[in-house]
Design a protein around this ligand. Structure first.
Ligand SMILES: *[C@@H]1O[C@H](CO)[C@@H](O)[C@H](O)[C@H]1NC(C)=O
Length: 351
């Protein structure tokens, strides 16, 4: 199990890093929760918000030096409450020795000496710190890095990366869960239902067609495997035996193939990136002309259309086609503007 995760980490670890620390806004967290109550603010461990009806309706900061405990929804004593956004702050207030996760880097953990100081430990390449067990485990994902970290204990919330799935939040940790076969989670009422609430008017994010970890028996067949590029670790020139193969359905999903004809395991690119099957990597969407729905997994209102030299774009909310004014006919999706000069992105070149 460890070895498997260590390998899949090569692609995922570096890329996921970027999306991990930044996290979600309080608005995005409230949108995933059908309940009502306090949540933590990911940008400061003293600040909180209040959700009702999937909206953020109030926010403020704890008085004095108190730290907001998102799991209990209370402003609490800094000497005994972990600051979820700063290990330095936790250790400065800690009155007895303890280990805490480094919120900025999951490869590391921190040791508070109980006298106000701290030192850093390192989980090594491919390792991540699991705060619930106070130990290093294999990646690729950071165990404490779900929206549950800032939300009350014992609730269900939608998975913002994976519409139709949900998390069971307990003490700041999220267990990713799926509804029964052919059912989808609806974040508005917290229930599983037979119609897919994710397909209605929003093409962004994961469309729910696949779930992370989903397996496929035939995707790693000899044709697909042969066509996928070799994977090299940055420090070596020796090709790995595994490869990454497109899911041939979405722009952001790929299968990890341990070897030819073995079972493939689905995973998705970090938000804002798409899978380039020729490179076996997640890249900027403009750098690869993906033939599937280009609105998936990006937080963009418009996405340029294939084989139009970027003269047409898709309006992601509706799927309709739009075009720039004739004076500046090219749509630059990286900068989200219409321009008069021809664009050099891969997506703007004719096939
Ligand atoms: C995280 O910590 C590890 C170990 O100290 C270090 O090698 C790596 O560069 C750090 N990553 C970031 C993004 O700072």
């Amino acid at each position: 199990m460890g070895a498997f995760h260590a390998r899949i980490c090569v692609l995922a670890a570096c890329l996921l890093m970027a999306s991990q620390a930044s996290g979600y806004s309080m608005e995005q967290m409230c949108a995933q929760w059908s309940g009502e109550g306090y949540i933590g603010n990911p940008s400061s461990c003293r600040a909180w918000g209040y959700c009702r009806g999937q909206q953020l309706i109030a926010w403020n900061t704890c008085p004095d030096d108190l730290i907001f405990n998102a799991q209990t929804g209370r402003c609490s004593d800094p000497a005994t409450t972990i600051c979820s956004t700063s290990a330095t702050q936790t250790c400065a207030a800690a009155t007895s020795p303890m280990y805490v996760a480094n919120p900025l880097n999951c490869t590391e953990y921190c040791y508070c000496d109980g006298l106000g100081g701290l030192s850093y430990g390192d989980c090594g390449e491919g390792g991540v710190y699991q705060a619930s067990t106070k130990s290093c485990v294999w990646g690729p994902a950071c165990p404490q890095d779900t929206i549950c970290r800032f939300m009350p204990s014992n609730i269900f919330v939608g998975d913002p990366e994976n519409c139709g799935s949900y998390y069971n939040c307990v003490n700041g940790y999220g267990t990713s869960t799926k509804c029964a076969d052919n059912l989808y989670y609806n974040a508005a009422n917290g229930l599983c239902q037979s119609t897919n609430p994710c397909n209605s008017d929003n093409n962004n994010g994961n469309s729910g067609q696949f779930t992370v970890g989903e397996t496929n028996e035939i995707i790693c067949n000899s044709t697909n495997f042969k066509e996928a590029p070799f994977i090299y670790k940055t420090s070596t020139t020796t090709a790995e035996s595994y490869k990454y193969v497109s899911d041939f359905t979405t722009c952001y999903g790929y299968y990890y193939c341990p070897d030819v004809n073995e079972v493939g395991v689905w995973n998705q690119c970090p938000t804002g990136t798409q899978f380039d099957p020729k490179k076996g990597k997640c890249v900027s969407p403009a750098a690869y002309a993906c033939p599937y729905n280009r609105c998936g997994n990006v937080e963009s209102t418009f996405m340029a259309q294939l084989n139009t030299e970027c003269k047409s774009y898709t309006i992601c909310s509706s799927g309709l086609t739009g075009s720039c004014p004739t004076t500046s006919p090219y749509y630059d999706e990286v900068h989200n503007l219409c321009t008069s000069g021809k664009l050099d992105y891969a997506i703007c070149k004719s096939a």
